[in-house]
Ligand binder design. Sequence first.
Ligand code: DHK
Length: 147
Amino acid sequence: MPTIFVLNGPNLNMLGKREPGIYGGQTLADIETMCVEEGHKLGLTVDFRQTNHEGVLVDWFHEAGSSAAGIAVNAGAYTHTSIALHDATRAIGIPVVELHLSNVHAREEFRHKSMLAPAAKGVICGFGAHSYILALNALSTLLHTSK
Ligand code: DHK
């Protein structure tokens, strides 16, 4: 089964406690369970990870480039600042789908800009935890259509 890395950046380990009105009441462990179950339905192995460190995300992008079929990433605040993640996305030959729980375009202006988006295959935001499910389905469709 192809492997999809589902990568999570800073503060996403706080889900459940963190501004639930914006990010929802589910914990990251709840979302991991949803993603693994959706992966089973789609015939994908989900490798789900979280870090608060930008360089660790870069290392995981490189690892995915040599061992995975795609990446679904919620890079948290690094979405808006990280040229390193933009470059990492361009450096690996697999599709990257950027995702967010909240609709970043309906929030503060500093969240409207994504450094990742120009290098990503596409962007999904605003559907809460379901954004992860949509990202996995987008990657599954891409994998089937690129064969
Ligand atoms: C999560 C974060 O941590 C923020 O920094 C982003 C994103 C939005 C989300 O909605 O999942 O701006």
